[in-house]
Design a protein around this ligand. Sequence first.
Ligand code: HEC
Length: 137
Amino acid sequence: MQKITHIVLTGGAAVLLGLGSLLAAPAVLAAGKAPDSKVCKDKDNPPKDAVTQGGCIVLDRRKGNCMGCHQIAGISSGNIATKMENMAQRWPDKAKLRAQIHDASKTNPDTVMPPFGRHQLLTSDEIDKVVEFILTL
Ligand code: HEC
């Protein structure tokens, strides 16, 4: 019995330790969800990883403004277009996903989605980062 108590206690402590390090981790990686707007606006310590940078571009109304039409779980957003989810499964070919963002009218001439690359609304580098981010959704 004593042994079991010991295992339960150390197990519990390990879980607590794990939780603690999760909570203490800096909010840099936005994988799987929209980055915190505070992280995007932090001019002194701007996000350095491509995923978070891409997430910030997606959210920025003067940049991607993807949320004007699309949805990401957990944030209020548009319902004109698809929900961005299961992206890696739905877009196994990264180049095709990039092409959709560069110029959506290539696949659908009547689309309302702005041709972000063709109209230079986003730079090539920004589109790459957007792709890195939405593939985590
Ligand atoms: C003005 C509305 C609008 C905005 C802004 C917009 N989209 Fe779209 N998007 C659409 C519509 C509508 C479709 C549906 C496909 C079509 O029209 O051909 C679509 C389709 C897509 C698709 C393919 C469908 C899917 O769910 O996989 C992707 C990927 C996509 N958009 C990414 C983006 C990204 C990334 C941004 C921001 C950089 C963005 N869109 C901004 C309207 C928009």
